[in-house]
Write a protein that binds this ligand. Structure first.
Ligand code: ADP
Length: 598
């Protein structure tokens, strides 16, 4: 359930902290005690000086007991400080780690409920930053700044009142540099462009991380073309953008921040000359000297708790912007699912469906067609024609902007997410294998199937023999101890997964990358076995693969430009005929080139 009233910024941070309210309240109280205990030595030193000065012309008459009492109080305060500071920090840290643990779980669960179309290379970098860096900022706020704020509010208030009672003139002078620095800080914080600068900092950092993901994915290609990092222009551009954002933010606040630090650290510069000036004019030098010493000691001690609060204020923009981004995930629109489980029939009806990634550019444009239950349908067309997008719509990676998709007469949106996952499987062109055992890579978390069923699926996908040749068979861990699989083998593992799932509808994306004869034959055999008694849609790149399909859909520029079997399309679909001719020319060209080489 989403929040009734969505909080933002600082109040949202406090709301997050509220998840461990009791622990943090105790931590803040202990922090106030520790901060107060830290100020005690300033007062006891003052007490000792007053005691010493009161007997300055009679050393033998110094009240030793009083000095001893101040010493004991100082030691006691040091002990209380140690215990309170340690306990406060320990409590605040455990609360903070509990909160970010829960927050990361909440984010991961939410990501699992978002449509797959949410995860592009661009968002992947941003998500990584939010899950690691931005949640870390919440930990820093709760574990460090929250208790500092409590201490910074409570202790100075009492100290300032005490200082005003002692001497209002010196109290004002003590506060003057602090007040000037607060004004300077507020000037930085209320800049009209502050929010825009923070947003650009986060945007550019996310863009940079997104490009890092792409860069790492594309490493083999970059290496093959012998390109260096600097040649990867997009990465360079994103780094420049981030550097510019940091530079702009730093320059925007430069003079005010420099002045802030200068004033904040300049208390003695204000206090020393004014106290000497007042001292020489005082009625009693010996009475006023302890007051001056008190201000020199306590006045400068006042700075510390306030400084940590200022640091928090400086960082607050960055932290709250990060929290807003976390909330953008938490509040992102989930797939709305119904409760239907089994449609009874498994034919697919695509009814006037349109979809755009970018407004105004349709990736799928008013497509209508029917795929009968138990039939094999090929989906062909030039690259960028909209084939993968149409397949993605069938899996609800995205929902159509217009039109409906039905399975067995039931709209996809009416199925529960689980029911849909039991209806449709997808064998991607690029199969992702986890750093886990081969068995778990085939099972994919399904503990209801037996080991025999896993083996049977692997045999049907023609990958069993390869697995048996691995050092530990099905228990070999992919990516460890030299266990690697070729692209074609990875795709066959993906096919084994689909065999095990045994869904009535299967979408296959034929891979062209691993087109060696042996692998191709094995994948075709596995596809044929997989297609038995199922409703199948094959995104085909080699037209030979689907020549015998019951029906073929031809897509171009997002539109369906042809539909029928091979013979029908050869007669009445120019686009299809051109593609078949181009395929034949390519095959002949390959043969001629080989002949020439002999
Ligand atoms: P095909 O599978 O036929 O090669 P796609 O469905 O991948 O075609 O692409 C159809 C159109 O949608 C293309 O113009 C492509 O650039 C665009 N497209 C595909 N994926 C995305 C995406 N994630 N964001 C924006 N545009 C996309």
């Amino acid at each position: 359930m989403e929040n009734k009233k969505e909080k933002k910024g600082f109040s949202r941070l406090l709301e997050l902290a509220g998840r461990k309210k009791k622990k943090l309240q105790t931590a803040c109280t202990l922090s106030v005690f520790s901060s107060a205990a830290k100020l005690v030595p300033y007062f006891t030193i003052y007490g000792i000086i007053v005691t010493l000065l009161s007997s300055y012309n009679n050393v033998a008459g110094i009240d030793r007991n009083r000095i001893m009492m101040f010493t004991v109080v100082t030691l006691g305060a040091a002990l209380i400080y140690g215990i309170c500071a340690y306990s406060s920090s320990a409590l605040a840290h455990t609360a903070a780690y509990d909160i970010i643990y829960e927050l990361r779980i909440q984010l991961m669960e939410k990501l699992g409920r978002l449509p797959s179309g949410y995860f592009t290379d661009k968002t992947q970098g941003g998500i990584k930053k939010i899950l690691s860096d931005d949640t870390e900022q919440v930990e820093i706020f709760i574990a460090h700044h929250l208790c500092d704020i409590a201490a910074a509010i409570a202790t100075p208030v009492f100290t300032i009142i005490y200082l005003f009672v002692m001497d209002w003139r010196l109290a004002l002078i003590t506060l003057l540099p602090i007040i000037i620095s607060i004004v300077l800080l507020i000037m930085c914080l209320v800049r009209p462009d502050k929010a825009a600068l923070q947003t650009e900092m986060h945007d550019s950092q996310e863009a940079m991380q997104g490009t890092i993901v792409q860069y790492i994915h594309g490493m083999p290609v970059i290496k093959i073309f012998n390109r260096s990092l600097s040649a990867f222009k997009k990465y360079e551009g994103d780094i420049d953008r981030f550097v510019n954002a940091v530079d702009k933010t730093a320059k925007a606040n430069a003079w005010a921040m420099a002045a802030y630090y200068a004033f904040f650290g300049a208390q003695l510069l204000f206090l020393l000359p004014s106290s000497v000036w007042l001292l020489v004019r005082a009625n009693s030098y010996t009475d006023y000297l302890p007051v001056v010493l008190l201000f020199l000691l306590v006045g400068t001690g006042l700075k510390e708790p306030m400084e940590s609060m200022m640091q928090m204020v400086i960082l607050s923009g960055r932290i709250t912007e990060g929290v807003n981004r976390m909330d953008a995930i938490i509040r992102a629109k989930e797939l709305e699912c119904g409760k239907k489980s089994e449609p009874g029939k498994f034919d697919i009806e695509i009814d006037n469906v349109s979809f755009s990634y970018t407004e105004g550019i349709r990736a799928v444009d008013h497509v209508s067609c029917k795929i009968p239950q138990g039939s094999v349908t090929g989906l062909v067309g030039p690259s960028g024609g909209g084939k993968s997008t149409l397949a993605g719509l069938l899996l609800r990676f995205y929902d159509p902007d217009e039109g409906n998709i039905r399975i067995g007469g039931v709209d996809l949106k009416e199925f529960s997410a689980e029911a849909l996952s039991h209806l449709v499987s997808y064998v991607f062109q690029e199969s992702f294998l986890f750093h886990d055992t081969v068995e778990n890579n085939i099972r994919m978390g399904n503990n209801e199937v037996t080991m025999d069923m896993v083996i049977e699926a692997a045999k049907a996908a023609e990958i069993h023999d390869v697995i048996m040749n691995l050092p530990n068979g099905y228990q070999s861990v992919i990516g460890a101890d030299g266990v690697f699989m070729s692209g074609g083998e990875q795709q066959r593992i993906a096919i084994a997964r689909v065999f095990l799932r045994n869904t009535p509808i299967v979408i296959l994306d034929e891979a062209t990358a691993y087109a060696d004869a042996e692998n191709e034959a094995k994948i075709q055999n596995a596809f044929a076995r997989l297609s038995k008694d199922k409703t199948v849609l094959i995104i085909a790149h080699r037209l030979k693969t689907i020549e015998k399909a019951d029906s073929i859909l031809v897509m171009k520029d997002g539109m369906l430009v042809g539909q029928g079997n091979h013979d029908e399309l050869m007669n009445n679909c120019l686009q299809y005929k051109e593609m078949v001719d181009a395929n034949e020319r390519r095959d002949q060209w390959t043969v001629k080139k080989r002949e020439a080489a002999l």
